[in-house]
Design a protein around this ligand. Structure first.
Ligand code: GZL
Length: 325
């Protein structure tokens, strides 16, 4: 016999069935299967100070595009406070992973703790940070101390173990600059007749590298047998200064630098530079591979190293067309 109670129960059963069917057929944001959710990565880039940096940015953007990663990208114009602002913005946007190339090693503790409290893992890319290791998950980048040692060994061959060297350091406080300096000095210990007679920061840029080299030439001119630059861009600036001074770069003053960008291969092919120690900027694939693993709760290695070579003037012409950055 029909009662109102039975009728209400029947109607609610029908409505419940319909709503469950609707859920099953039109996945919404809330019931989107986790595996189909787009990975969201915030990247706080330093700026565009060198060919190397531009190559790294291109690698990260192109790889994100290819993999369908939602990349939030910020350019800090070389300022740490802008990188810190970007990290706070990524936290507010609740990205899955935060990555950055720390412009300098210090000053990250507070904002990294904020990311940790928000349960967002941090990946360091191409430069280190002096913080407690628990505040970041992995460092993807090169062994800068080894790069400095390799540069010293190459310099010894060029100078026959004897000569005065001027050094163009990278950005003050940057791990790449600190460690390339450390590695080069350690490498020189085996060669007591090779001396660094002047050392100053050229901030990893061509313009500043040229300006500092001009000052070195003014004070020490023909007393300089070689220049060691922490990156190729400063070396290219130094080459211009040496030529304007009236000497032959690569001949009168040997040129050894780090990165392996196209510009230094062109200089080596023209006989104006002697050696570049490679530092690979194409880190996009390694970055998003690590980010994907972290977002899925998987572990990643503490240091994901990049493979690198050493390139000399005698092979520059044939290698140049094969270079990807
Ligand atoms: C190295 C990177 C350095 C490059 C420079 O990993 O941090 O910064 O050697 C760049 O060219 O400016």
């Amino acid at each position: 016999m029909f009662t109102w109670k039975k009728g209400v129960a029947l109607v609610s059963m029908v409505l419940l069935g319909l709503s469950l069917a609707a859920c099953g057929s039109q996945p919404s944001a809330t019931n989107q299967p986790a595996k189909d959710k787009k990975l969201v990565v915030g990247f706080a880039q330093i700026g565009a100070e060198s060919e190397w940096r531009t190559a790294e940015t291109n690698s990260i953007k192109e790889t994100a595009e290819k993999l369908g990663v939602d990349l939030k990208f910020s350019d800090a114009q070389q300022k740490q406070e802008n990188q810190i602002k970007a990290i706070r913005s990524f936290i507010a946007q609740k990205v899955d992973v935060i990555a950055l190339a720390p412009v300098v090693e210090s000053g990250w503790e507070t904002v990294f703790k904020e990311a940790k409290d928000a349960k967002i893992p941090i990946i360091l890319v191409d430069r280190g940070a002096k913080v407690d290791e628990s505040l970041y998950t992995t460092f993807i980048g090169s062994d800068f101390i080894q790069e400095g040692k390799n540069a010293a060994a190459e310099m010894a061959k060029l100078l026959n173990n004897k000569g005065n060297i001027v050094e163009l350091q990278g950005t003050v406080g940057a791990s790449a600059a600190n460690d390339r300096k450390k590695g080069f000095e350690e490498g020189l210990q085996a060669f007591p007749d090779m001396k660094i007679i002047k050392s100053q920061s050229g901030d990893f840029t061509r313009a500043k590298g040229k300006e500092v080299m001009e000052a070195f030439l003014k004070s020490d001119g023909k007393n300089i047998q070689a220049v060691y630059a922490h990156n190729d861009d400063m070396a290219i600036g130094a080459i211009q200064a040496i030529e304007e001074y009236g000497l032959k770069p690569g001949v009168d003053i040997k040129v050894v630098s780090i990165d392996g960008v196209k510009g230094i291969f062109e200089a080596m092919a023209a006989g104006k530079a002697n050696v570049t120690v490679e530092c690979n900027p194409l880190l996009g694939p390694q970055l998003f591979d690590a980010a994907k693993k972290l977002a899925a709760g998987e572990k990643v290695e503490r240091w994901i190293k990049t493979e690198e070579g050493i390139f000399r003037a005698d092979t520059a012409k044939e290698v140049l067309p094969t270079r990807k950055y």
